[in-house]
Design a protein around this ligand. Structure first.
Ligand code: ADP
Ligand code: MG
Length: 614
């Protein structure tokens, strides 16, 4: 006797429901997402007994026709995708077509729905996947879902539900994840006749305020700073908490293309950006919204759709970390730094004041970082600074070479937090060197400590970025004995596309065999014999992840070049050199962290200092 048979739909749906509808909160999420997909601008939620007895969602979306209303409850019935490739261009919250089928398998569902073009709406009554009743009704345009007695026919599930209090918290948690992405939609949430949330349309900031702003005296968002960055790969905006507002139960949210997601890896990027800034065990709040081409993410890896895969997670990680650092940096130091008034400072024993020379104009012929033998062409970092023919003034040059491309508004001078300090006033100011590693700058607000190698790295990075974007020509140095670079076949293809960039930063390469290049000239900042290893480092940096947007390539080339050419620790800088380096550093839009996220400066405030002496 054959023993295999197909399960009846009602049973199959109940099994599927186990995955999609685990608790009232998941049911609420599916219903509200459907309302949003239907274009609703007003969504009202009513629950009784934390959704056990009733969970109602009313919207003013597009509604459904009589037939569609019936179809909607079939498994794999959806209006949102038609073919597999649509999965890679998702702009709707739903697409799997299993939510309604699942809900009606485990509850008693009543729906009233009407489209604008219909005179009458449809009423549909379904229990345990069985249609009990369908008839015309009069109702407003939109859809009204009532889900009653959830899990009435699955006692096990019902038993596993937590207390009402916990389930209500779950409902709200899931609800927050939605309302925070749709600030333009009005939402209400009523639980056992009590209005829990009444959210009016507004900005993202206002929405966060409406949801979390009730506790404490300060508005929630006053403890946050803006975050915004735009690259070809991804746009990121949102808010991150000031370090001093960190708490034990922070609000942490990631959204991508309007959908909440968990992303432990990106969470790490954010936490890295805060490293060293957080007191003890405390954590920052953040609300971070990603916009990315749907092609580059995969939301279809889990039925509840909170796990999302990005095509190039490493690049996004870097971009995110740098963006958060930059936001924190702007807030943390820049606005309060004032170089016009000098702090009172006694000259510390064993330190030389740097301003012994009265006139401190940079001498372009002077090359402190030359590591080549004296007979080599005397070109060093000073000459490289002034390198591109057009010699763009450092301010415009570096402003554009921030990580990622910034929006127009970000580039204007008024941007809050971009440096409001008068750079010329560094002239004649006492600077101190310490341990061959640090430059100390007394300011009114405290002692600014600068890591000199990292400062140099930032400056060089900006310079290389600029050379790359404007296809400039950096000073190159002919090699007496060309070095040989042999590549594998796949490195060869990569190399072809890298060549223009490499030439821009100062390499001259000639192909001499099928897979070999002769390096005849190198950027003048490179030390002898490091040509091959530098090129290898660049190749490695670029090839680690698949195809990259141009922007990201340039970023990586510039970064490996900067790493190779930045001055080593232990370099004793002259006063002019320190001043010059600082001037260039402080002109950069982001100078508190290196592009790969390491701290460049630290402001030891007077307050902190005084504390040491209490
Ligand atoms: P999915 O959202 O994945 O398409 P669902 O089972 O959640 O699957 O919904 C099935 C279909 O029912 C949707 O594709 C949509 O066409 C329709 N629908 C569901 N809820 C609503 C609503 N509130 N307003 C209009 N149409 C809806
Ligand atoms: Mg849906």
């Amino acid at each position: 006797m054959d023993i295999i048979h197909l399960l009846p739909d009602s049973v199959a749906n109940q099994i599927a429901a186990g995955e999609v509808i685990q608790r009232p909160a998941s049911c609420l999420k599916e219903l509200v997402e459907n309302s949003l997909d239907a274009g609703a601008k007003h969504i009202h939620v009513i629950v009784y007994d934390a959704g056990r007895t009733l969970l109602q969602v009313t919207d003013d979306g597009c509604g459904m026709s009589e037939t569609d209303a019936r179809m909607a409850f079939e498994r794999h019935a959806t209006s949102k995708i038609a073919q597999a490739q649509d999965l890679f261009a998702l702009r709707t919250m739903g697409f799997r077509g299993e939510a309604l089928a699942s809900i009606c398998a485990v509850a008693q569902v009543e729906v009233q729905t009407r489209r604008a073009e219909d005179d009458y709406g449809t009423l549909l009554d379904i229990q345990g996947s069985q249609v009990m009743r369908q008839e015309p009704c009069s109702c407003p345009v939109g859809t009204n879902f009532k889900v009653k007695n959830l899990f009435y026919n699955v006692p096990v599930r019902r038993k596993f539900l937590k207390t009402d209090k916990t389930e209500l918290r779950n409902l709200l948690t899931d609800f927050y994840r939605i309302v925070l992405v749709y600030p333009d939609v009005q939402f209400t949430f009523v639980s056992d006749d009590e209005v829990m949330l009444d959210l009016h349309p507004g900005t993202y900031k206002q929405r966060i305020e409406q949801v979390f702003g009730r506790s404490g005296s300060n508005p929630f968002t006053s403890r946050m700073v803006d975050l915004r960055t735009e690259t070809e790969l991804v746009s990121i905006h949102g808010f991150v908490g000031k370090p001093e507002a960190a708490s034990r139960n922070p609000q942490q949210y990631f959204f991508v293309n309007g959908r909440f997601m968990r992303h432990p890896y990106f969470h790490k990027a954010v936490m890295n950006a805060y490293s060293g800034m957080l007191p003890g065990e405390l954590m920052p709040s953040y609300f971070i919204y990603f916009d990315i081409h749907p092609d580059l993410i995969d939301v279809n890896i889990h039925p509840t759709k909170t796990e999302i895969k990005f095509a190039d997670e490493q690049a996004v990680f870097q971009i995110l970390m740098a963006a958060v650092r930059e936001s924190l940096g702007k807030f943390n130091v820049s606005p309060s730094l004032d170089f016009n008034r000098e702090g009172e400072i006694e000259m510390p024993v064993g330190m030389t004041p740097a301003d012994t020379a009265p006139q401190v104009r940079v001498n372009p012929a002077y090359n402190p970082f030359k590591t080549r033998p004296m007979d080599a062409t005397p070109q060093g970092w000073q000459s490289l600074y002034a390198a591109p023919d057009a010699a763009p003034d450092a301010a415009t040059l570096t402003r554009e070479s921030r990580i990622g491309r910034l929006t127009e508004t970000d580039l204007t001078e008024e941007q809050p937090g971009t440096l409001a300090l008068d750079i010329d006033s560094l002239e004649g100011r006492a600077l101190y060197r310490y341990a061959g590693r640090y430059i100390l700058v007394p300011t009114d607000e405290g002692l600014l400590l600068v890591n000199q190698r990292r400062a140099h790295l930032c400056v060089l990075y900006a310079l290389y970025r600029d050379l790359l974007t404007h296809a400039g020509q950096a000073p190159a140095q002919q090699l007496l004995f060309p070095e040989l670079l042999s590549l594998t076949a796949d490195e060869m293809t990569l190399m072809q596309s890298l060549l223009p960039g490499l030439e821009a930063v100062g390499f001259v390469l000639e192909q001499i065999g099928r897979t070999e290049y002769s390096i005849t000239a190198v950027p003048s900042l490179l030390t002898d014999g490091s040509a091959v290893s530098t090129l290898r480092a660049i190749l490695g940096e670029v090839s680690r992840t698949g195809s990259l947007p141009q922007d990201e390539w340039e970023r990586r080339i510039a970064l490996s070049m900067a790493r190779e050419t930045a001055m080593p620790y232990g370099k004793n800088l002259s006063d002019d050199e320190m001043r010059d380096l600082l001037t260039r550093l402080l002109r950069l839009p982001a100078w508190q962290y290196t592009p790969d996220g390491q701290r460049v400066t630290y402001l030891l405030t007077l307050e902190q200092l005084n504390q040491y002496f209490q």
